[in-house]
Design a protein around this ligand. Sequence first.
Ligand code: TEU
Ligand code: CA
Length: 578
Amino acid sequence: PDNRAWWKESSVYQIYPASFKDSNGDGIGDIPGIISEVDYIHKLGADVVWLCPVYPSPKVDMGYDIADYIDIDPQYGTLEDVQKLARELKSRGMKLVMDLVVNHSSDQHEWFKQSRSSKSSPYRSWYHWHPGKVVDGKRVPPNNWHSYFGGSAWEWDEGSQEYYLHIFAKEQPDLNWEEPKVVTAVHDIMRFWLDRGVDGFRMDVINFISKVPGYPDAAITDPTSPYQDATELFANGPRLHEFLQGLGAILKKYDALSVGEMPGIKDPKEILKGVGFDRGELNMMFHFELVEIDHGKERKFSHQDFSLKRFKEITEKWQNFMYDNSGWNAIYLENHDQSRTVSRWCSDAPEHRVASAKMLAAYLGFQAGTPYIYQGQELGMINVPKEWGMSEYQDIECLNHWKEVSARYRDDPAKLAEYRREYQRKGRDNARTPMQWSTAPHAGFMKSDGAAKPWMKLNPSYEFINAAQQVDDPDSPFSFWQKVLSLRKEYIDLFVYGDFELIKGTLEDEDILAYRRFYGKEEATIIVNWSSKVLEKTKAELGVSGAWKTLASSNFEFDDASSKVRLLPWGLVVLFRS
Ligand code: TEU
Ligand code: CA
């Protein structure tokens, strides 16, 4: 009845290869570097490693622009290195998941080079080509779709005299899944890796692969721009589930893990079809509602206050919906596209940052779903310093945005300062600084004997946030995460397969988040103080009267005898009874 599966009982550690560990002193992390730290990940207690793209790529978007799907970028290593990594993980009972980026390729992929070579190329139909429209004697793109990385989603190709579609950068042309050869090619790529010991895939924007036919205009949501957000015209296209079932058939043969990254879908009923246990599509999905909670009117780089009440509602909605419909959640707060949550939603002040990191681990780690931990999250890494200038930022999303607004608001320094604050709060570069291993030069990320420097500037916080100091410190965020992951294993019925419910007496509270998990006679209550305040509550309000066993706690005073509990800043408690 539980539809049990290995990928439900696992937790996943995500690696951003360029920034994890450099083995050869060129300043760029690599696969041999990862192999040298497999024991670290094993010690944390993760079961699966998800490797962000390591394929040959011009890296306009840090590898999410792939020039060859069945090889490894020499910067990161070789095919042999990947197989060695898979073996090293396997020997510790762990698994390897790769990133599959097949909504688009790089414009340097052979397929696209062929496709753009002429209108009669056999590869022409592999991408979305269109002659455009003529308005007032002028040639314009076929529709008003914007690119997530700025400007129109259509780029004019001088050579072959047509536009091609790119939902992301112009160097990331969208593959045309209406061409059956594209679908076959993707299936071949999957088998290639599965046959080489890879255990599954994280699938980049996989819900974007089916576009509404005819490329209709998107509704105007930003009257100040000629280009509009068209997500609804491709986030859940007419052939999506048919395509996912094609992928699912292969995944099933290999008993592989699959997690779809699915932005832009707010209606769980629709998307549930993609992860329903018996539908033969994907195992689980990343939704975006939590990580977009602080996006403002102008999307990501405009301000919106964080609301814990809203955060709780979204959490509960996805927990219950998946539970009630045999779907499965991928639970995450951080990844290579999100900033560091300690800084973003809690407090990275010296007196609060450790408690904040543990509180976030307790919020996330005891929910139903498969938890994803992004490198450095287990240490409570924080955002880049507020003083950093624009020259330290490297991400195409942020830099393109800056180019656009610094022209548009040339005479409005206050507005520009506001955008700068938003980059420091939410920019993707916050997650991409090198991993902080120790207080050694370059934070132990790379050797220090050569002239090379890390490809991206280190966050100076490595002096006080680093793995070497945390691994053997029982009070560290690392040790707390270790505890969370081992409790998930110890109480597998309860924490993996149990039901979920927010505690009634706390629904309206903007400082406290509390939830119950229950399975048969077993029951756990997780309470966190999402604030820097000291709070006092009655046990009745929190639903924890009577005798409970404490499985984990921090900054929290619970005593069986009294009727009250004290929640110190960013405190947490995990209670159990049966
Ligand atoms: O991200 C998809 C995606 O929706 C991003 O545009 C995301 O919304 C953005 O980072 C939020 O500001 C995936 C990858 O994770 C990302 O790294 C890639 O840049 C993108 O696809 C294109 O492949
Ligand atoms: Ca290297």
